[in-house]
Design a binder for this molecule. Structure first.
Ligand code: TRP
Length: 329
């Protein structure tokens, strides 16, 4: 007796998300954007600008709007091809908020309250937005909405991805097969850029003096690298434990040029090499960004096209969820 098993070919869809809470920086470019761009030929990706997430902490409406458009512009300038990788603004797809609510009905208060990032961000005193508590549920909606199979996540978003997996599985068990359960993909550690002033911390949108925004002018970049933390060892070698600053500079150089530092004893030579490599990387992005910025209607058109492309996927997912959970068509 022969049995024929037919399985659908495994489809990969990757969702990379950014929050418009600051300018995209070198860490975003090397850790998230370049891998996305490099995989465009082989992997279906969606680039999501999570503007609703930017409202979970005190925010300035006009800067969220400006940063949203600007992040889209930087993505295009860096080489995201919107024909292959839709660039999607979260709030322009209403299904994100609809699915957020439906997922709140399978998430427990305690699950949200124990998220490390919630605890950290709510520790400062002052009023805590309820949306900060439910933020990981919105992030789960972002992911599940598009039948995402892979989510590149750094350490800080791991727990949120786990929650998305838990909610997907729980919903499927209670209400019938509805969601694809996503996997996390870890970005290459070489692409993990640390803050230049505080090299034990990841470079972030809100870190202060050690951050290189992709649109920083060359002079600012030169200064940031000149001031980058080093140590007194006087040796250019990788030693993350004892020489985190020097190690970070070596890693950035290797990531950008594939080269090791030319002079094993000079920090200033190392910094000059890193400055040149970053300048070579960012000069074309800056130029393309300037061209695109002169034409914001074009960028808005790209976002409208991205939304139109993914909306049917979102609508189908919410349709399944609504029907499973007991809503009338
Ligand atoms: N919360 C993520 C961050 O701060 C951004 C994000 C929002 C995201 N929605 C997402 C990332 C969905 C991956 C998938 O980095």
């Amino acid at each position: 007796m022969t049995t024929t098993v037919t399985t659908a070919p495994a489809r990969t869809r990757r969702l990379t998300g950014f929050q418009p809470t600051g300018q995209l920086h070198l860490g975003n470019l090397l850790g998230a954007l370049r891998p996305l761009i490099a995989a465009q030929d082989t992997t279906e990706s969606i680039a999501l600008i999570a503007d609703l997430h930017a409202m979970t902490m005190e925010h300035d409406p006009s800067s969220v709007r400006r940063l949203t458009l600007d992040q889209a512009t930087v993505m295009l300038a860096a080489g995201v091809d919107p024909e292959r990788t839709p660039i999607v603004v979260q709030s322009q797809i209403r299904e994100h908020t609809e699915l957020h609510y439906l997922l709140e009905c399978v998430a427990a208060h305690g699950e949200a309250a124990r998220m490390i990032q919630f605890k950290e961000k709510s520790a400062g005193g002052g009023p805590i937005r309820l949306s900060l508590l439910t933020y990981p549920v919105l992030m789960a909606a972002d992911i599940l909405l598009y039948d995402t199979t892979q989510v590149p996540v750094g350490e800080d978003q791991n727990q949120h991805l786990e929650l998305a997996r838990t909610l997907a599985t729980r919903f499927n068990t209670r209400y019938g097969e509805t969601f694809t359960v996503p996997e996390g993909v870890r970005p290459d550690s070489a692409a993990r850029v640390m803050d230049l002033a505080e090299p034990t911390m990841k470079m972030g949108k809100s870190t202060g003096t050690g951050r290189i925004a992709l649109l920083d002018p060359p002079e600012a970049i030169r200064r940031t690298i000149a001031r980058a933390a080093t140590d007194r060892a006087g040796l250019v070698r990788r030693d993350r434990e004892n020489q985190p600053g020097v190690t970070n500079l070596i890693d950035i150089l290797a990531e950008l040029t594939g080269r090791q530092p030319a002079d094993p004893t000079s920090y200033s030579a190392l910094k000059r090499e890193v400055t040149d490599a970053i300048e070579a990387l960012l000069t074309p992005i800056r130029a393309r960004h300037a061209e695109l910025s002169a034409n914001p209607d074009f960028v808005r058109g790209v976002l409208a096209a991205g939304a139109a492309k993914v909306r049917p996927i979102a609508a189908a997912t919410v349709g399944r969820a609504r029907s499973g959970i007991g809503l009338l068509d």
